[in-house]
Design a protein around this ligand. Structure first.
Ligand SMILES: [Zn+2]
Length: 257
């Protein structure tokens, strides 16, 4: 009976219902508002959902500083806010597979790849790694399509969905599969290359392609939709979010599925 009920009302009422929402203090709110433009476009109701999710995200992850990094409230808030921005159209917003978020001060040498890194996502160790200067640079310049936080968190989200086939995961993966099918079309391939819009790194493999698309989707949605509308549409379906509408003030409330 409970299962039956949740099937009926699950997609409508429960997506928005929060039993005991956590309230964010003014200092934290100001930090998010100063650094994350996406948040400022949201309606007051959505801002409260956003804040609640940020606090839950912080509660559910371990933040670990390396090479003398002392974890600050700002670090936690901005990393959590980036994750919540990415998953704002979804009902699930935690990354249970990636409990640990490790922060280095700047580029670091990875013992796994034996190379210098700005960040990495390691499913084996359940860890997402950021260099703080590069993370900050990613959110400071909001329209150059480089956002380390979004990039690594998209990898983490993708890995999580490949492991746990929730409804949200199936929607995400199905649309991604359709997108990859569309990309077999030579005409579309030529269009992407000729547009010069996506940086070359996107074509390394399908994981990097996805992360780079998401960076563009949040940073320059208008240009994305003008230059590659068929791909913009697929990212929109995958994330259940329309950044173009949100940032133009057309979409007042975000429906989460
Ligand atoms: Zn990557």
């Amino acid at each position: 009976m409970i299962e039956f009920l949740s099937l009926i009302i699950g997609s409508v009422a429960l997506t928005r219902f929060v039993m005991f929402p956590e309230t964010m203090d003014e200092e934290s709110r100001a930090i998010i508002s100063e650094h994350i433009s996406f948040y400022n476009y949201l309606s007051d109701t959505d801002k409260r959902y956003f804040e609640h999710r940020v606090l839950k995200f912080i509660d559910n992850h371990n933040f670990i500083g390396r090479e003398k990094v002392e974890i600050t409230l700002k670090m936690k808030l901005l990393i959590a806010a980036t994750a919540i921005m990415l998953t704002f159209g979804m009902r699930r917003y935690l990354f249970p597979q990636f409990k640990n978020i490790v922060i280095y001060p700047k580029n670091y040498f990875s013992t796994v790849t034996k190379m210098e890194h700005k960040g990495e996502t390691n499913p084996k160790y359940g860890t997402i790694v950021f260099s703080w200067d590069n993370f900050l640079e990613g959110i400071r310049i909001e329209d150059n399509n480089l956002n380390l936080g979004l990039h690594e968190l998209t990898h983490a989200l993708h890995f999580t969905f490949l492991r746990h086939k929730s409804f949200t995961a199936v929607v995400f993966l199905d649309h991604f599969k359709t997108l990859l099918e569309k990309l077999k079309d030579r005409q579309l391939q030529r269009k992407i290359i000729n547009s010069g819009y996506l940086r070359h790194y996107a074509f390394k493999n399908q994981y990097e392609f996805l992360s780079v698309l998401v960076e563009h989707f949040f940073e320059t949605p208008k240009e994305f939709n003008q230059k590659l509308p068929e791909i913009y549409e697929m990212v929109k379906l995958m994330l259940n979010l329309d950044t173009l509408k949100i940032t133009s003030g057309e979409q007042r409330m975000v429906a989460r599925t």
